[in-house]
Design a protein around this ligand. Structure first.
Ligand code: SF4
Length: 999
């Protein structure tokens, strides 16, 4: 019907005032079909529509009048088309049935009706009878022997809201059939369902709890899966989350939340192919097609293809078609920079596939009539002739995808895919009838077919399978379940807000009802009655009703849920305290955690054994039971007492570990005491990019250093300048290619990374090199790279830097990024490369609280190894600068060389040797204090406290938040921003105290 509407809109543009504009967007056709259905149901004819559209009143907008007039034309055209094609409109089925029943002379076959007793259930309780339904009942009543209508209503004179529609229907029946005998059934007493309310802090908790409870019902209470139904008040996010949770808890379910079939890979692929058959498709359409999952190409091949196209500037239909011909194609800069031999093969493969698709589309375009286009589509794409999907037919490709989904246990998706395929075949067959042998452009054909695709939805819940049913509330309420879960029942989603307004707006429906005999109902008419009926059914149908929401605040619950919650007999559970056993314990992960928390249970040997078995399963038991309990139960005061733990006796310690300790001792313990590490997966991320640039810089500067070593010092400047002139992409690319063969950097050799990100890294490195090797105006003789990635302690070092703390030495470890010296080897400058820019003040904040003590300590260590040298400066160089200034650049560096050098110059001028020495002394003091604490086993989850302006809390990017209750209530607020003067004072005071205590 939607296709037919689309066709009529396109063909008879001149007959519409406004609708012809909608013909360009096929999505409207399905909505219009829906409205046309309502006209049948409420017996609104084209004349009625015309009459209402012509009614002159200033209150109605012109657009409404035009719309109604257009609907009138469309209704006429649609009915004509149905007649011409000898088709019937499903929405008119009841009308036709009525006419047949009313005409016994013409249809003697129906004479058997006179012997018939008819029983009618399920009408007139949730909505009033439509005109169509009333007509057919009237027609039947004239012919059948008896007719019994069941209506859900209460006592006459009662005023219960939930039965309001039933009562009205009853009245209506009484009026229509005055002689009808009214019988009140004596029903068994209504048994109220046992109600339970569960409130959680998060959706995840809520769903885990429900899944755990369902598991218990299935295994302990002997319910069958089909006895349980889950009604979702919100479907957008909850469906996917619940699917994942059910998978984890091993609960088989059937989820039907009204997913549109056109979101399935099969229909998306077809829709994109149809789009590609139109002349001016976009590059995005091609990529959407390739990425729909059914093209038979691998993800990496598609990625490579996209990168090459972007790099070559291919972004429209004609350029892409030329590109796919491959003849005399220029290498794109992306391919040029990457030496991956697989690029060409991947691009060729995708191009070859697209060529076949384009050829298919071109052939379809050649077909002149709608019917021949359809026949071609049916035969060559959906049939068995074309094997362009990795040498499979489209159908085989869908089959393969289905198998894959089943293997991966995505049953729901597999069902959806099969349903989509079946619907597609049905649609194509129906379309063969609808589409006439008339000439049609490819664009119109595509629009029409898309209108048909848009209307496809999945059928409803099958009742026969033993699965837990999941659906919208409206679906679930009709399902005969013993236990009903009402999930996500916060005030935003329960009660439901009613159907959407749709294509015919509320005021237009009102206008139409006002000007015609028929009463088209307003969508909001019976909202409260419907909700009352749903509530009544929820409370009386099942044995048990379990309502849950991801909020604990009463304000966020509707009045109905509050009433359930506050009723005396309701069992109300507030989730939160992990120490208490609850339904979430029905899965290993939660049970394990719960056992560790629960003091009472852990005192029984049975539970303790369980904990130790869990521990052993993980391999060597690293920590003892009491430690485990202490660790989990009191992270905020966590202290190790047993001095035998290795973590408490560091003989060597890296500066970054000390900094970590000062950020948060608990974090340090997890990282260095338990030695936990995330699995390293090769991927591009900011940290890896930083390391990659580090190494690129190192290689290039080593090259410069090598050149300097071969010349006299008076030539340093000249050699450096010559080297600087050479810095370019071509110069760096050889280091790049060498680096990607190193372990850890393989990812930057991938073409998709080396093309886009690699290019940026190279440009950034080039800029950094140039800017940081230029001669500064303050330097008479200049400074030259002397050591890169200088690691300490050196392997052959007999005199490493050892920190004596309370009579025991600890060797300090670290890596200095770069040291420059003057030609006479008298003065040195230290450099550390950082990703984010830090102000001087922030560095001072970090120095004072011990989270940024690297540079000052490096200075000490370097000085120790090179006592003949004197510090000139120690500087941080940044990889990253203000992003908002960089939008048009590949490199992060936004300043010009002059500006950068001027700032660097100022920084160096402002650094005084005695000040640097004092900072080093202070940093050593902090390191000593930290080592002392580590030796005492003090590892509380107490992160450094400072304001957001001063760097903020380390908890923001910490992986261990799940372990340490960092968000526990009652944490003190962050302090106010500290000022420079205060920092200076703290530094001075602490130094003074330390010196005094030494004395
Ligand atoms: S979240 Fe905060 S308190 Fe917890 S371990 Fe991480 S840094 Fe420490």
């Amino acid at each position: 019907k939607a296709m037919l509407i689309q066709r009529l809109l396109l063909k008879h543009e001149d007959k519409f005032r406004r609708f012809q504009r909608l013909a360009q967007s096929p999505a409207f056709a399905a909505e219009m079909a829906e409205v046309m259905g309502d006209f049948y149901r409420y017996d609104i004819s084209a004349e009625d529509l015309r009459f209402a559209s012509a009614a002159e009143e200033s209150s109605v907008r012109e657009i409404t009048q035009d719309k109604l007039a257009d609907f009138a034309s469309l209704k006429d055209l649609l009915e004509d088309s149905f007649t011409q094609m000898d088709l019937v409109d499903r929405d008119s089925n009841l009308d036709r049935a009525c006419k047949i029943i009313e005409n016994p002379a013409k249809y003697p076959r129906l004479n058997f009706l006179s012997t018939l007793h008819i029983f009618i259930y399920g009408f007139g309780s949730e909505r009033a009878l439509t005109v169509q339904e009333k007509n057919i009942l009237r027609a039947l009543s004239q012919r059948v022997r008896s007719m019994t209508i069941y209506v859900l209503a209460d006592e006459p004179g009662s005023r219960k809201l939930s039965f309001d529609i039933g009562r009205r229907s009853l009245l209506d029946i009484k009026t229509t059939y005055p002689e009808a005998e009214l019988v009140k059934l004596s029903c068994p007493a209504v048994m109220p369902a046992e109600v339970k309310v569960v409130l959680a802090d998060s959706l995840n908790d809520e769903l885990n709890y429900i899944a755990g409870e369902i598991r218990a019902l299935l295994f302990e209470k002997k319910y069958r899966r089909r006895d349980i139904a889950v009604g979702l008040c919100e479907t957008e996010t909850t469906t996917a989350e619940l699917d994942a949770v059910f998978a984890e808890y091993g609960i088989d379910s059937y989820m039907d939340t009204g997913r549109q079939l056109n979101q399935s890979s099969c229909l998306r692929a077809l829709a994109q192919i149809l789009e590609l058959s139109v002349d001016n498709f976009s590059f995005a359409t091609v990529m959407q097609y390739l990425r729909c999952g059914l093209s038979g190409l691998r993800e990496t091949e598609i990625d490579v293809f996209e990168n090459v196209c972007l790099s070559a500037g291919v972004d429209n239909a004609s350029a892409l078609k030329r590109f796919c011909d491959l003849e005399a194609r220029q290498l794109s800069p992306y391919e040029d920079i990457s030496d991956d031999s697989e690029i060409t093969a991947a691009v060729q493969k995708v191009c070859a596939h697209l060529q076949q698709i384009f050829a298919f589309c071109a052939e379809m375009r050649q077909q002149r009539t709608a019917q021949s286009k359809l026949a071609y589509l049916f035969q060559y794409l959906l049939g068995e002739i074309n094997t362009i999907f990795n040498e499979k037919t489209f159908q085989e490709q869908v089959e393969a995808e289905k198998e894959l989904l089943l293997q991966q246990k995505h049953e729901q998706e597999a069902l959806n895919l099969v349903a989509a395929w079946n619907a597609l075949i049905d649609l194509t067959l129906e379309a063969q009838v609808v589409l006439q042998d008339e000439r049609m452009s490819q664009k119109h054909f595509t629009q029409m077919f898309m209108a048909g695709l848009g209307g496809l939805t999945q059928s409803s819940i099958p009742v026969g399978i033993d699965r837990v049913r999941v659906g919208t509330l409206a679906q679930i309420i009709d399902f005969p379940a013993k236990v009903i879960y009402l999930v996500g029942a916060d005030s935003d989603h329960f009660p439901a807000s009613g159907p959407k307004e749709g294509f015919l707006r509320d005021e237009e429906r009102e206008w139409l009802s006002f000007h015609t005999e028929s009463k088209l109902p307003n969508r909001l008419d019976n909202l409260s009655v419907n909700q009352a009926l749903i509530n009544y059914r929820l409370q009386t149908q099942p044995e048990s009703l379990r309502v849950s929401a991801a909020t604990k605040s009463e304000d966020n619950l509707s009045l109905q849920v509050q009433e359930w919650k506050n009723a005396a007999e309701t069992d109300c559970t507030l989730l939160g305290d992990d120490g208490e056993a609850d339904a979430r314990w029905n899965i290993f992960k939660y049970a394990k955690r719960g056992l560790i928390f629960n003091k009472e249970k852990s005192s029984y040997s049975l539970w303790r054994n369980a904990v130790s078995i869990i521990g052993r399963r993980k391999g060597k038991e690293l920590i003892k039971n009491t430690l485990q309990l202490n660790f989990f139960q009191q992270p905020a005061i966590f202290t190790l007492r047993d001095c035998s733990y290795e973590v408490m006796q560091p003989r060597q310690i890296s500066i970054s570990a000390l900094q970590r300790y000062n950020y948060c001792p608990f974090q340090y313990f997890v990282d260095y005491g338990l030695n936990l590490r995330e699995r390293d997966i090769a991927e591009d991320n900011p940290r890896e990019q930083g390391s990659f640039i580090h190494y690129l810089l190192e290689q290039a500067l080593n090259d410069l250093r090598g050149r300097l070593q071969q010349v006299e010092k008076h030539e340093f400047e000249k050699v450096t300048e010559r080297w600087r002139q050479q810095i370019s992409r071509d110069y760096l690319i050889k280091f790049y290619k060498q680096l990607v063969t190193e372990p850890g950097f393989y990812i930057y050799g991938r073409p998709e990374i080396s093309g886009m990100i690699g290019e940026r890294l190279i440009q950034h490195t080039a800029a950094t090199l140039k800017f940081t090797t230029g001669k500064l105006e303050a330097d008479a003789l200049g400074f030259y790279p002397y050591a890169m990635e200088w690691k300490f302690p050196r392997d052959d070092d007999f005199n490493p830097y050892i920190l004596e703390v309370d009579g025991e030495g600890v060797v300090l470890r670290g890596l200095i990024d770069r040291v420059d010296v003057d030609p006479d080897l008298e003065k040195y400058r230290l450099y550390d490369f950082k990703r984010s820019e830090r102000t001087n003040k922030l560095s001072q904040v970090g120095l004072v609280d011990g989270t940024d003590i690297q540079l000052p300590i490096y200075r000490k260590v370097w000085q120790h190894a090179n006592p003949q040298m004197q510090v000139d400066a120690s500087l941080l160089l940044f990889f990253e600068n203000r992003a908002e200034n960089n939008k048009n650049r590949l490199s992060h560096i936004y300043q010009t060389e002059d500006e950068y050098l001027r700032k660097l110059n100022n920084k160096i001028k402002n650094q005084k040797t005695d000040q640097l020495e004092r900072d080093s002394e202070y940093a050593i003091l902090v390191a000593e204090k930290s080592i002392r604490s580590i030796r005492q086993g003090v590892f509380p989850a107490k992160p450094v406290r400072r304001s957001d302006n001063d760097g903020g809390s380390p908890c923001r990017y910490c992986d261990y938040r799940g372990l340490c209750y960092y968000d526990a209530p009652g944490l003190p607020p962050a302090p106010a921003t500290i000022d420079r003067e205060e920092l200076e004072q703290i530094k001075r005071r602490r130094l003074l105290e330390a010196r005094q205590s030494e004395l």
